[in-house]
Design a binder for this molecule. Sequence first.
Ligand code: GTP
Ligand code: MG
Length: 203
Amino acid sequence: MKIKQAVFKCSSPRADMCPATTEPEYAFIGRSNVGKSSLINMLTRNGKLAMTSSTPGKTMLVNHFLINEEWYLVDLPGYGYAARGKREMDKLWNLISHYVLERQQLICLFVLIDIRHEPQRKDLDFLQFLGENGIPFAIVFTKADKLNRNQIGTHVQNYLHRLEDSWEELPPHFVTSAATALGRDELLDYIDSINRSLASQNA
Ligand code: GTP
Ligand code: MG
């Protein structure tokens, strides 16, 4: 799929303040600093679209980006960023969980995982939460440019193996790098295939 146009639409401080749109939405979630905003910029080939930062906790709102006037990419705040204190963390979790559970337009949640790390409890718990609530998701490994090809294979297998402990069926997964655009075509083709099947259902 070609991205002809990517436009920032709005930022929402609460899930119930998100725009009343009808287009399908694909949202990016994951720990703070995992590369959610960078991935949106990589996919849209616009380094300035979503704000990124080497300091965790950059994205604090739900950000909607309209793609080709047909569907939305949604940038969410990171979960589990402790440095801001409990009150702020509770507020963010409230925002994230309400968006994930209640947003009718949400078609697929992409859960981003830093490919360099061992499976982390916070991510595994979040995946569990999605499973218990029947939220469709896919896993996106980020920062693959930090590993060599062999290490990528080993880390991905290790992660999927860990998921097999609690999941009968493994979710789709993608290996990406915002630095090299690895995985860009695969991710966009996946979104395109879902959009096409939605369009044929509605036809
Ligand atoms: P929050 O909004 O704070 O939750 O973070 P985020 O998940 O949106 O992360 P962001 O995209 O702001 O990136 C965090 C840092 O990781 C930045 O310094 C990015 O340049 C870096 N980064 C993101 N993706 C990649 C990648 O694929 N490769 C490399 N090498 N660095 C990356
Ligand atoms: Mg961000």
